[in-house]
Write a protein that binds this ligand. Structure first.
Ligand code: ZN
Length: 296
């Protein structure tokens, strides 16, 4: 297994264990504190654990080599899971919002216990999410980054619980508990939408990596006999890029020679940009290339 996969998996594992401890702690304290906000915060953390387990499996899957059934490999498993994590975060947010609405005027929350539970949670979550941000950035793993973002959203929600607890201490108005909990749910929902949005470019195969397109133009222009690189398409597959493109070659060049030239370009692109996993080049006689998508 590659370092990227190993480190990503290790980060997810540490996240899972850390969150189980935090969730159990918050929910126990939340029960004693009679606080919906703190219990909601704990439920959100439990859902993080479940999501992390899915992310863990997806990363393992993405590292598998291509198979006859999945000739492009399993890289996009990561993207699918990122999308699902985002959707489930939005769903959790809606549930918590509805639960807190019911609690107005009925809360008996105990302020100082909310303060203790939320403080411990904030310290734990900041530590975990910063660690995961670092791993996710280092290995450009979207799934780990999505997980880290999710943990950070919990920091904000615990902060809302903390403020709610402080306000209850000072005003004796227990409505600050469902109020804090609604605030928590809005933050969670926002983070969820952001996570879903982050997975869309890869699913839709949006134009990627303009610096690689520029580099490909340079390579073709440096190579003898090849002209007018056009319709260069780059898509993202997990940590890798796939390239397909057109070039023009002299019309009378032999098939053997043109194959040599094109193979040379493919190799040169992969050497200059190691993150490019595959290049497919369509060749055509000089003057025959059109620059419009949908025409060849
Ligand atoms: Zn063309």
């Amino acid at each position: 297994m590659k370092t990227r996969t190993k480190q990503s998996l290790k980060a997810i594992k540490i996240g899972i264990y850390g969150n189980v401890v935090l969730a159990l702690f918050k929910m126990t304290v939340g029960l004693f504190a009679l606080s919906v906000a703190l219990i909601a915060d704990g439920v959100d953390t439990i859902s993080d654990v479940v999501k992390s387990i899915f992310v863990y499996r997806a990363i393992k899957m993405a590292s598998l080599p291509p198979s006859p059934e999945y000739p492009y490999g399993y890289g996009r498993a990561e993207t699918i899971v990122t999308n699902m994590v985002g959707m489930s975060v939005v769903f959790t947010a809606i549930l918590i919002f509805m639960e807190s609405m019911k609690d107005f005027g009925k809360s008996n929350a105990i302020g100082y216990l909310m303060i203790i539970g939320a403080s411990v949670s904030i310290i734990g979550k900041i530590g975990l999410s910063f660690y995961m941000f670092r791993v996710g950035k280092n290995y450009s793993n979207q799934a780990v980054l999505a997980n880290a973002k999710d943990y950070l959203s919990d920091v904000f929600s615990s902060a809302a619980v903390l403020i709610g607890g402080i306000l209850i201490r000072f005003t004796n108005n227990t409505n600050f508990d469902p109020f804090a909990s609604m605030f928590v749910s809005i933050l969670i929902g926002y983070m969820g939408v952001e996570i879903v949005k982050s997975s869309i470019p890869e699913i839709m195969e949006k134009k990627e990596a303009p610096e690689i397109i520029k580099g490909i133009d340079d390579i073709v222009n440096e190579t003898p006999y090849t002209f007018h690189p056009h319709l260069v398409r780059i898509r993202k597959l997990g940590p890798y890029y796939l390239v397909d493109m057109h070039v023009e070659l002299p019309g009378r060049m032999s098939l053997k020679k043109s194959h040599e030239v094109v193979t040379y370009i493919e190799k040169k692109i992969k050497t200059r940009f190691p993150q490019v996993k595959d290049v497919i080049i369509h060749s055509e006689p000089i003057g025959g290339g059109k620059d419009n998508w949908g025409e060849s």
